[in-house]
Write a protein that binds this ligand. Structure first.
Ligand code: ADP
Ligand code: G3P
Length: 498
């Protein structure tokens, strides 16, 4: 076989990565570059679209050179990306009209209130898109650019501007402007896409005042997105896989059937459960999103998604602000040095509380301190708080879907912490699988591309590649679990403002 590798481009919020996967699904090379975070005002977050592209294209060349792989050996490219982040550019010049407005940016809160403040309108938006109206999603960000960048609205109405999430921007760059397309998973995060029909929705476009001519064509996640034609880069490599990073991770974890779920432990946590061909609506503020499908699947597939705002970020806080650990990994050793937290609970509501509490005014607290409490107890309580928060989201998801989570696939930087995973398994009463290749996001993008070209034959072949290096099974008895959970809920109640 002359084609030996699939190249995944993982364009994340803080860095761009390129990862080479071989036929066994193992990583054969990886290159990574951070790029600038731009904070023009409190609560605003931007990226320079040119830096997104240059850092991403830079690591492609770097990974090929550093691993000694020839471009002819690369079967295809899969792209996965930070979602919702919004870029608008001029179709003729290829120049962005404004910086990328990042998913974390809160500048459009007032726009969302003005457009969706009426509960009947909000309900209609949710019914079509599966999303809870919020500045997080792309629609209000596009509107902000059209309303605030001089000449942008006129140019958009004349058909001169193109909108894209980061996948679309990268596809445009890689194909030399030949392809303006996105995939169904990224489209489902814009708040302009009808997730039932699988099409852009004119009513939503009118609501936000966005001309349809700006929108990319929507394609399946595993399919044809053109070939590379960027000057100075290997030419003619097919782009065959595209998915938003959380849906790519779900696919990479082989969660392609109803009830299968994954949780990514990064700065925050993203828990997604595949719900098959049924879009499950949440009664507790979780979002319904489109899942990435393997080739040949008819119609759309869906997932329920819930997130924890502060997870690994709490460990960073212990290190950088409190200074009670010197590295993230030290947290494990310290947590194990004590038998329990001595009744201490940490509620990391730095930016409020998400599902199922939805209290944006709540703030963090360390509770239950006694004279004997020491840093090990606090560090242990911090790790446990990550697991409690995930358990809250998981239980909410179980209620909404009617499906019990008995097995959870895990990944992300903090999933390297065995103490955390054992406690998570105990508190959830579910088994956890941590795959050997922890880069599930990149793996998902690679699988989507390699399935489209025939590099891998089918899902069964990919499932067979999956080697779990670690399983965690619940060891805690029900009484202890319930006691700890009750203590957590009491701690949460103490920080809530409503
Ligand atoms: N051994 C560990 N124990 C606990 N947290 C960890 C550990 N290693 C990394 N982390 C946390 O995981 C996060 C990094 O994970 P990563 O998946 O790279 O995040 P992201 O993609 O959100 O940037 C950081 O917040 C870090 O504090
Ligand atoms: O870039 P990440 O890994 O922080 O992921 C960001 C998410 O896609 C935002 O929805």
């Amino acid at each position: 076989m002359t084609k030996k590798y699939v190249l995944a481009l993982d364009q994340g919020t803080t860095s761009s990565r390129a990862i080479l996967f071989d036929h066994a699904g193992l990583i054969r090379g990886i290159a990574q570059h951070p790029f600038r975070q731009i904070y023009p005002q409190p609560g605003w977050v931007e990226h320079d679209p040119r830096e997104i592209a240059s850092s991403q294209l830079g690591v492609v060349t770097e990974v090929l050179v550093s691993s000694g792989v020839r471009p002819e050996e690369v079967d295809s490219i899969g792209i996965t990306n930070q979602r919702e982040t919004t870029i608008v550019w001029n179709r003729e010049t290829g120049e962005p009209v404004y910086n990328a407005i990042v998913w974390q940016c809160r500048r459009t809160t007032d726009i969302v209130e003005a457009v969706c403040g009426d509960p009947a309108v909000a309900a209609r938006v949710t019914a079509k898109t599966g999303l809870v109206p919020d500045a997080y999603f792309s629609a209000s960000k596009i509107k902000w650019i059209l309303d605030n960048v001089e000449g942008a609205r006129e140019a958009a109405e004349e058909g001169k501007l193109a909108f894209g999430t980061v996948d679309t921007w990268l596809i445009w760059q890689l194909t030399g402007g030949a392809v303006h397309a996105t995939d169904v998973t990224n489209a489902s995060r814009t708040m302009l896409f009808d997730i039932h029909k699988g099409t852009w929705d004119q009513e939503l476009l009118d609501l936000f005042g966005i001309p349809a001519s700006m929108l990319p064509e929507v394609r399946s996640s595993s399919g044809d997105f053109g070939v590379t034609a960027y000057p100075g880069m290997p030419q003619g490599i097919p782009i065959r896989g595209v998915a938003g990073d959380q849906q790519a991770a779900l696919f990479g974890q082989c969660c392609t059937q109803a009830g299968r779920a994954k949780n990514t432990y990064g700065t925050g946590c993203f828990l997604l459960m595949h719900t098959g061909s049924t879009p499950v609506a949440s009664s507790h503020g979780l979002v319904t999103t489109v899942a990435a499908s393997a080739p040949g699947v008819q119609g759309l597939e869906y997932a329920l998604e819930g997130s924890v705002f502060v997870a690994g970020a709490l460990v960073q806080w212990l290190r950088d602000e409190l200074g009670i650990i010197s590295s993230a990994s030290e947290s494990e050793e310290l947590a194990r040095s004590v038998d329990d937290t001595a009744g201490v609970y940490v509620v990391p509501a730095f930016t409020g509380l998400g599902a199922p509490y939805w209290d944006s005014e709540a703030r963090g607290a360390i509770l239950g301190l006694t004279r004997g409490a020491n840093r090990a107890h606090i560090v242990r309580a911090a790790l446990e708080s990550m697991a409690f928060q995930v358990a809250d989201v998981a239980h909410t998801m179980e209620k909404d879907s009617g499906i019990a989570i008995t097995e959870l696939n895990v990944d992300g930087g903090a999933s390297g912490n065995d103490f955390l995973l054992q406690f998570q398994s105990d508190i959830l009463g579910a088994s956890l699988n941590r795959p050997k290749v922890i880069e599930s996001t990149g793996a998902g993008a690679a699988f989507l591309a390699g399935l489209a070209t025939g590099f891998w034959e089918d899902m069964a072949q990919i499932l067979a590649l999956r080697e779990h290096d670690d399983h965690f099974t619940p060891k805690m008895d029900a009484e202890e679990r319930e006691g700890l959970m009750a203590g957590w809920h009491e701690a949460v109640r103490r920080v809530m403002t409503k």
